[in-house]
Design a binder for this molecule. Structure first.
Ligand SMILES: Nc1ncnc2c1ncn2[C@@H]1O[C@H](COP(=O)(O)OP(=O)(O)O)[C@@H](O)[C@H]1O
Ligand SMILES: [Mg+2]
Length: 329
């Protein structure tokens, strides 16, 4: 029996989602192969065992494991921090390494890398530390509110999406239709991060592709999000029962193929390993595909897109978890 530590919870805004993902992973892991150690990280960063007792020497416990499955979403879990700790403990772990994790957690840096790789994406600008605009040469220019509005009109055009660079589960993400909304949502986004991304709004379908592998990377078919609200907000993702997913997406076979190829390319571009869910938009009218983001630890609830996409390929949830653990060695 291999000892597997499943870590869930965490200090991010996605703590509650991770609790559900973690429980699902534990329920579905193959009990004939793995002996499971549950570890819960509380919102304020305490590490608890199965019976909610604080683990005194977490480093020692991790070193005793054969493999760790960090089912954590967002900051301090999906961003390279836990991954760094696991590297130091010299214990294999499921998913992306430090660099891919931290790059994909930061939407601005993901964009910079996609731009270099010529992967099509929505037009954008970003701000740092309130009203500091960082231009194409990474030079910093302090702007007044009206100058920011003018810049957005010139470079992108309304409506735009405003996001904290480190966001997840749509927390702090808003769609701004005009200048006053833009300024309001920029301040809101700065409550979550010191970098804020302002992005062209793409009208069309929102689709997702699951990738799996290290050097040899497989891509699943493409799934579609049918959001119950104007966009896939926190409420639309987790509360509104009218939101649905559709597998495969309502797209031509050629389009699905194009998206699968782009998903693998994007995953390799950020030097991903293990798994990721790569999210795209398909523009209405033009059919043009735009990458949105890479989630290095996607949702793992029973209804989450990542396991469902593999189920569609004939890989059960339990088999998927076994593959992920095997990939970590
Ligand atoms: N450029 C965009 N065009 C259209 N919709 C967008 C755009 N950016 C984000 N959205 C909407 O907002 C949601 C959350 O944004 P996203 O960048 O995926 O952040 P998160 O990391 O929180 O999931 C998306 O699922 C989508 O519905
Ligand atoms: Mg998203």
């Amino acid at each position: 029996m291999l000892k597997v530590a499943v870590i869930y919870g965490g200090m991010s805004t996605e703590h509650d989602v991770s609790l559900i993902s973690g429980k699902n992973v534990i329920d579905n892991l193959d009990k004939s192969k793995y002996e499971i150690y549950e570890i819960k990280i509380t919102k304020d960063g305490k590490w608890l065992d199965k019976r909610d007792r604080e683990i005194k020497d977490i480093y020692k416990l991790l070193k005793e494991m054969n493999v760790v499955f960090p089912v954590l979403h967002g900051l301090y879990g999906e961003d390279g921090t836990i991954q760094g700790m696991l590297e130091l403990a010299k214990v294999p772990y499921v998913g992306c390494k430090v660099l891919a994790s931290s790059v994909c957690m930061d939407k601005v840096y993901t964009k910079i890398i996609f731009e270099k790789a010529k992967i099509p994406q929505a037009k954008y600008i970003y701000l740092k530390d309130e009203n500091t605009y960082v231009d194409e040469n990474f030079d910093e220019i302090k702007l007044e509110n009206d100058e920011i509005i003018k810049l957005v009109e010139e470079k992108i055009g309304f409506p735009v999406f405003v996001k904290p660079s480190n966001s997840g589960s749509s927390v702090g993400v808003n769609k701004a239709s005009d200048g006053p909304e833009l300024i309001k949502y920029i301040s809101e986004a700065f409550m979550y991060d010191r970098k804020v991304l302002i992005e062209e709004a793409i009208v069309g379908k929102e689709v997702e592709c699951a990738v799996l592998g290290n050097k040899e990377v497989q891509a699943s078919t493409v799934g579609e999000i049918l959001s119950a609200e104007d966009f896939y907000s926190y409420d639309a993702k987790y509360a509104n029962k009218e939101s649905k997913t559709l597998i495969p997406a309502d797209l031509s076979a050629e389009k699905i193929e194009e998206i699968r190829k782009l998903a693998i390319k994007a995953f390799k571009t950020v030097d991903g390993s293990g798994l990721s869910r790569v999210d795209f938009f398909v523009q209405e009218g033009t059919g043009k595909v735009y990458i949105n983001e890479i989630n290095t630890m996607p949702g793992f609830t029973e209804i989450s897109m990542y396991p469902k996409l593999w189920e569609n390929a004939g890989i059960s949830y339990t088999e998927l978890l076994t593959k992920l653990i095997e990939l970590s060695f």
